[in-house]
Design a binder for this molecule. Structure first.
Ligand SMILES: *[C@@H]1O[C@H](CO)[C@@H](O)[C@H](O)[C@H]1NC(C)=O
Ligand SMILES: *[C@@H]1O[C@H](CO)[C@@H](O)[C@H](O)[C@H]1NC(C)=O
Length: 353
């Protein structure tokens, strides 16, 4: 079902939609960590490690063993403290650095696709150390990808949201053996929408309260999760539809305890990452009207609604970082973890595929 099919929706005017602008608008800080004000403190490479741990040889050996991962440019110039990888994700399998003087000693170089110049003039220099891997770093969908020519024979690994990337990046649910405590479903009436073009369609029919940077009311990062928690349903619509392109828009409601209504790749694809009973898929309905009717019916049927929370017994969703400047931390840390664990030879030619 395409977005255009929703034009015919006539949801009751009485339904109030609290609008939580999510799509590429607000990625505010959830864990109050430092962000752009925070200077990078890259590791200084092997010499630094040796001199600092010289007195403790077992530790020094462990540190020396860690591969060096050089972040060639800061994506979108969003800087962060590399120790965040340990803080947020317990990842410290590599030495992350932004210091280009360590280039010839770096085991891997992480290169942000969007920053590559069309003439490739800002790629790392030749000669390239024979042991060094270049990682193609791109987390946008094909719709938002500039296909720069000449990258076919440069990279060894791909990093993307795709599962078939060498380094797939996404938030994942974790399984707990011991059942989680019963989740208490809050009392609430709001329906919420992630911001995208669908909003304009929807706002013709229903009253919408806006939260978002571009709007009068502002969804401050400290209220991101509480706001989503106030939503009975949360419309988590992707801005373009591609295999595996399932962003943190679905993670917000799963963390906060709302029921996501998703628009994106087919249901089967979602079920690779989240349980079938945890979300409502737009494609499950022949048209927008039937979806609206189903939601209104669920709104009244407490038992049926509660079933959407059964998955929480043994699964937990972890909050994602929501400040805009933190957008790439997970990807960079995931690359670090990968580099720390894999030393195999690899070439990646067909990166756009
Ligand atoms: C060396 O470091 C390890 C790990 O932190 C620690 O357990 C050990 O006590 C240290 N040894 C010395 C001699 O400082
Ligand atoms: C990395 O890939 C390039 C080009 O695809 C290749 O020439 C090089 O040998 C590879 N290096 C490693 C260490 O995998």
């Amino acid at each position: 079902m395409s977005v255009a099919n929703f034009k015919g929706v006539s949801l009751p005017l009485a339904v109030i939609v609290t609008f939580a602008g999510v799509v590429s608008l607000i990625f505010f800080d959830y864990w109050s960590s430092c962000s752009n004000s925070c200077p990078a403190q890259p590791h200084k490479g092997k010499q630094y490690i040796e001199s600092n741990y010289g007195m403790n040889s077992s530790l020094a050996d462990a540190e020396k063993d860690k591969p060096i991962l050089l972040l060639w440019v800061w994506p979108e110039n969003y800087r962060f403290d590399f120790s965040d990888c340990k803080t947020f994700y317990n990842i410290d399998g590599c030495h992350l650095t932004h210091d280009r003087s360590l280039y010839s000693d770096s085991d891997a170089v992480l290169i942000f696709h969007k920053a590559i110049r069309w003439d490739l003039s800002n790629l790392p220099p030749s000669p390239r150390p024979p042991f060094q891997k270049w990682i193609w770093f791109h987390v946008e969908s094909p719709t938002n990808t500039r296909r720069i020519p000449g990258l076919e024979n440069l990279f060894n690994l791909t990093l993307s949201y795709r599962q078939d990337a060498d380094v797939p990046v996404r938030m994942r649910l974790t399984i707990t053996k011991k059942p989680n405590e019963d989740f208490v479903i809050p009392k609430r009436t709001n329906w919420c929408v992630g911001l995208n073009r669908f909003y304009r369609e929807l706002s013709k029919y229903i009253q919408v309260t806006l939260f978002g940077r571009a709007y009068a009311s502002f969804l401050y990062y400290k209220v991101y999760y509480p706001t989503i928690a106030s939503c009975k349903f949360y419309l988590a619509f992707e801005n373009s539809i591609h295999k595996d392109y399932i962003t943190e828009k679905i993670n917000g409601p799963l963390v906060a305890g709302s029921v996501p209504v998703v628009l994106g790749p087919p249901r089967r694809n979602y079920e690779n990452f989240v349980p079938a009973g945890s979300f409502i898929h737009v494609n499950d309905f022949p048209d927008a009207k039937s979806l609206a009717e189903y939601l209104l019916q669920l709104d009244k049927d407490e038992d049926a609604y509660r079933k959407y929370f059964n998955w929480r017994k043994h699964l937990t969703a972890a909050p994602h970082l929501i400040q805009q400047t933190q957008e790439f931390i997970l990807a960079i840390c995931t690359a670090c973890e990968h580099v720390g664990r894999h030393r195999e030879y690899k070439e990646a030619h067909d990166i756009y595929n």
